[in-house]
Design a protein around this ligand. Sequence first.
Ligand code: SF4
Length: 187
Amino acid sequence: MENEISKKPNTDLEVQSLRLAGIVRESIVDGIGIRFVVFVQGCPHKCEGCQNPQTHTFNGGTEVKIDRIINEIKKNPMIQGVTFSGGEPFCQPKGLYALGVEILKLGLNITVYSGYTFEHLCEMAKQDKYILKLLQICDVLIDGKFVKEEKDLRLRFRGSRNQRAIDLKKSFETNTTVLVDEIMNMK
Ligand code: SF4
């Protein structure tokens, strides 16, 4: 896999909007700290027991300009990070990468959810450079489909036990999969 982690990210101005299911301005259940949450529209995974079935269709939701999302984030000085959820964020990697670059300029961290596993995303990244770019600007990935049989209400920020919280920066640095113990051990 091409390692572009050291390269400075560039916003691709061709993509100026995202198809969103919605936003939550302040959340403490979508990652560590007080977070702004961006729910993208469209998901191919169809997990049994999904809490957000309205986000599955790729024809629904609303096109929202990236500038507008950034302006909303800037309104709350209490926000410590932004979470990309869904839907499936990696179905809109180019737009979320562009948004992510602007979020980093605000000094905020980024958590991203995906129904794909980290290993699967790394394979997909060979075909789509924006998947790699998006992974490389995010801090934490919560990966894997929601599996009803593995559901555990005691988990924090994860719906089922198969899902992992992955430290993306350390994983790219070491070329291994490094978990975020702080989240994995939280109950
Ligand atoms: S990946 Fe998430 S949004 Fe998509 S079907 Fe599974 S639980 Fe629902």
